[in-house]
Design a protein around this ligand. Structure first.
Ligand code: ATP
Length: 349
């Protein structure tokens, strides 16, 4: 078990700047998720940590040990990939034992360790089955067990659930969380799926164009997105944004309402999540364009402002709404966020 400290990792592919000075500290036993859109550099970062890609600059420490100059096999990290390479011609036992055999551990040691991780991932009854005869979820657990069997200091996973169907993915997500908490392994996990990230992570590092734009707990990122990029990326549907103009110091006009905001700014962008809007007589008027009854809530879409932009509210599903209806909405004021012209969140009153 160990923490992992990444400092100033940069990586170019030719002229393309894939990682632009990444700093990240993953605490001992922490589950850190790297989340970002396709091409943002998350796999490259994971591969650089693993030693499968050489970084241009930067250091990686596991505990007190510096590992960035070591070959991948000497870093004592385990990796689980999207295409988990489970060998179909080997039994579950031998697949799990693979890393231990490579380390030339004595037989008794191998047996004991395989048994222990097989129990952890609920494969103890299948140890003698050939891996070619397993379901996708079972194969995924074999890959995880193999990674855990060598008792790595850190386990690195790159979209390990993405080949599973939706239901199995949901099931494995919950299992993965339990298994990794029980094994007390420090984990770095790459995904582009925000729900997976929110459900698994102790903390999420959100990446965009080779930079970590915010690193915090899932709820903190959801409640206080540091930038409009993060606010638009996390949450489905994303946060609404509307322009706001100061009519007095710290008083803004937005959506035809006057709202308290941060002092010392002439124009800002107001951000409010769809679920933080309520019908209210003193609210601002919209004309409902689309109604989507989603069960837990009803999603109402309107077009507001000039130029017209999409604005969504997640409303109580017991209320009836219809397209063409005029509705007044009020944002929950403590939940309103403010962003400057560079898209950075403004704190303070
Ligand atoms: P995805 O979710 O699609 O895997 P990602 O965030 O993991 O995306 P990376 O695989 O890290 O993205 O790639 C980051 C960027 O670097 C991409 O624009 C990619 O095209 C580029 N890239 C990655 N590997 C190479 C390579 N070997 N040569 C050139 N460019 C590369």
């Amino acid at each position: 078990m160990a923490d992992i400290r990444i400092a100033n990792i940069t990586k170019h592919f030719g002229a393309f700047h894939a990682l632009k000075g990444i700093d990240l500290h993953v605490k001992d036993q922490e589950f850190m998720v790297l989340l970002g859109a396709s091409g943002c550099g998350k796999s490259t970062l994971l591969r650089a940590i693993a030693g499968l890609e050489s970084a241009d600059t930067g250091t990686v420490h596991v505990g007190e040990e510096r590992i960035d100059h070591l070959q991948a096999k000497d870093r004592r990290l385990s990796m689980v990939f999207q295409n988990y390479a489970v060998f179909p011609h080997l039994t579950v036992f031998e697949n799990i034992a693979f890393g231990l055999r490579m380390q030339k551990r004595p037989d008794s040691d191998v047996r004991q360790k395989v048994q222990r991780v097989a129990e952890l991932v609920h494969l103890e009854a299948l140890l003698h089955r050939y891996s070619g005869q397993l379901s996708g979820g079972q194969r995924q657990r074999v890959a995880l067990a193999r990674a855990l069997a060598v008792e790595p200091r850190v386990i690195l996973m790159d979209e390990p659930l993405s080949n599973l169907d939706a239901l199995l993915r949901l099931e494995m997500r919950a299992e993965l969380k339990t298994i990794l908490a029980q094994s007390k392994t420090t984990t770095i996990y790459v995904t582009h799926d925000q729900v997976e990230a929110m459900s698994l992570a102790d903390r999420i590092a959100i990446m965009n164009q080779g930079v970590i734009v915010q690193c915090d707990t899932p709820l903190e990122i959801y409640r206080n997105p540091a930038t409009t990029f993060v606010a638009g990326f996390i949450g489905n549907p994303p946060m609404n944004f509307v322009p706001a103009r100061a009519v007095d110091d710290g008083v803004f006009e937005a959506l035809g309402l006057q709202l308290r905001g941060p002092r010392g700014h002439a124009t800002l962008t107001l951000g409010v999540r769809p679920e933080d809007l309520q019908p209210a007589n003193e609210g601002f008027g919209i004309e409902v364009a689309v109604v989507e009854p989603l069960g837990a809530h009803t999603l109402v879409t309107a077009f507001v402002g000039e130029p017209r932009q999409v604005f969504r509210a997640a409303l109580d599903s017991t209320e009836h709404h219809r397209a063409g209806q005029r509705l007044k909405l009020m944002p929950a004021l403590p939940r309103v966020r403010w962003y400057d012209s560079a898209g950075q969140m403004i704190h303070g009153d």
